[in-house]
Design a protein around this ligand. Structure first.
Ligand SMILES: N[C@@H](CCC(=O)N[C@@H](CS)C(=O)NCC(=O)O)C(=O)O
Length: 213
């Protein structure tokens, strides 16, 4: 099966999917869309993803959208190595950790949200920073507590999980916005463990074909 990932180097939602693909050793091609140029809204891309967002993953018989659904599809389609733990309760915890990022932090920090704040509500750079910092730090505080409870090197346990696929790109975004990571030693330890894995390092935005050089 040929997989085509519609992506953009700095998209943290696409970064989640690249991490999972690489951890599972699944090969794929990338088609990139420059979000700065509005390429995600072009008619030919909307035919792929009607939401006009990246990522989308084309498989032989389906076009998948929404990174959490793509991650779950990858987990079911390519079982090894698993990115969810064995126990039912643990799986729910990992999904909850991923959802803190994917449902409660990232949607409020997205490009189209920031654009709306600027265009409709005259937010300047300082206001934007307050907005970003508020949502990221409240999510990170919760994640830090969960990592202390459940992590043993990674976000949950001693292996990467879907929670890590979501956490690492969100930390990348936080760094872009100059968020102080000092209060989050558990998150920083998980990030260091993840970045030491070549498969994860390969998924980093700077290592993508469309990255700014
Ligand atoms: N919930 C979606 C979010 C996708 C998303 O927001 N993608 C961003 C890049 S990280 C995007 O395409 N933004 C373009 C825009 O806001 O116009 C997912 O997880 O796939």
């Amino acid at each position: 099966m040929t997989l085509i990932l519609h992506s953009y180097w700095r998209s943290s939602a696409a970064y989640r999917v690249r991490i999972a693909l690489n951890l599972k050793g699944v090969s794929y091609q990338q088609v990139t869309h420059d979000l700065r140029q509005g390429a995600q809204s072009a008619a030919d891309y909307r035919a792929v993803n009607p939401q006009g967002l990246v990522p989308a993953l084309e498989a032989d018989d389906v076009v998948l959208t929404q990174s959490p659904a793509i991650l779950e599809w990858l987990e079911e389609r390519y079982a090894d190595p698993p990115l969810l733990p064995q126990r039912l309760a643990d799986r729910a915890v990992v999904r909850a950790m991923g959802a803190i990022v994917a449902c409660d932090i990232h949607p409020l920090n997205n490009l189209r949200v920031l654009k709306q704040l600027r265009d409709q509500f005259q937010a300047d750079g300082a206001a934007e920073k307050v907005w970003m910092t508020g949502w990221i730090t409240s999510g990170f505080e919760a994640l830090e507590g969960m990592i202390h409870r459940y992590g043993r090197g990674f976000s949950f346990g001693d292996h990467p999980t879907l929670a890590d696929c979501c956490l690492l790109p969100q930390v990348y975004n936080a760094n872009r916005f100059g968020i102080d990571m000092a209060p989050y030693p558990g998150i920083r330890a998980a990030v260091a463990a993840l970045n030491s894995l070549p498969a994860v390092a390969d998924a980093h935005p700077d290592n993508q074909p469309d990255a700014d050089r």
